[in-house]
Design a protein around this ligand. Structure first.
Ligand code: PGA
Length: 248
């Protein structure tokens, strides 16, 4: 089954109206491939601004977080329906920076995923092991446990994109090798097939994140189980367009 290639740009807590305008203009003016889905995730204050600036037909906007309640006394949190209301279509959940800095648990991330999907947002679900976990040989245990928490909570995976992001590769300039990443992606898909079913597994997009840039993106082209990228630092630069075009 053909899986539509997916490139996400996670701006993290970076940018301003001016820089976001420049990035979106670059995407609007580039001749982007029609068969690559592009999703940009600016900081929450700029979601509506970015969504209104986008004219490229293959580009949509994601929030970087959402809460697992739809309204109420939750100071500082962002509701799924509010994200949709300002024109964004996706949310990034489970990013390692939120797992480690904000102490988000697998269960909380599963609950947020459930609420996001049930109310109409697509979810970019991030999973990945730390360097210690990798060195201890527990990579697959870690990512499968992170997946299992969500598998226990949701049944329809058609609007989920899984982002495998080894924590040691994020922002370090040390991307996983295509061989290493492909092995983990294949194992994630196999585990998912055993738990959820072969058909859902064949359709599930599993993208790689961690120091992807304009130069190394194409080195993953032969990896059967890598269906795109989640890009941090390089998504703020013109080379993001090279990444979107890296399969051409
Ligand atoms: P990076 O970040 O591309 O800067 O390594 C990726 C991510 O955190 O999603």
């Amino acid at each position: 089954m053909a899986r539509t290639f997916f490139v996400g740009g996670n701006f993290k807590m970076n940018g301003s109206k001016e820089s976001i305008k420049t990035i979106v203009a670059g995407l609007n003016e580039a001749s982007l491939p029609s068969d690559v889905e592009v999703v940009i995730a600016p900081p929450a204050p700029y979601l509506q601004y970015a969504a209104e600036l986008v004219t490229a037909p293959t580009v949509t906007v994601a929030a970087q977080n959402s809460f697992d309640k739809l309204s109420g006394a939750y100071t500082g949190e962002i509701a799924v329906n509010q994200i949709l209301d300002v024109g964004a279509k996706w949310v990034i959940l489970g990013h390692s920076e939120r797992r480690t800095i904000l102490k988000e648990t697998d269960e909380f991330i599963a609950s947020k995923t459930d609420v996001a999907l049930a109310n109409g947002l697509g979810v970019i679900l991030c999973i990945g092991e730390t360097l210690d976990e990798r060195n201890a040989g527990t990579t697959l245990d870690v990512v499968n446990t992170q997946m299992d928490a969500v598998i226990a909570k949701i049944s329809d995976w058609s609007k989920v994109v899984v982002a495998y992001e080894p924590v040691w590769a994020i922002g370090t300039g040390l991307a996983a090798t295509p061989e290493d990443a492909e092995k983990v992606h294949a194992a994630i898909r196999e585990h998912f097939a055993a738990k959820v079913g072969a058909e859902a597994a064949a359709a599930l997009r599993i993208i790689y994140g961690g120091s992807v840039n304009g130069k190394n993106a194409a080195t993953f082209n032969a990896c059967e189980n890598i269906d795109g990228y989640l890009v941090g630092g390089a998504s703020l630069k013109p080379e993001f367009i090279d990444i979107v075009k890296s399969r051409e």
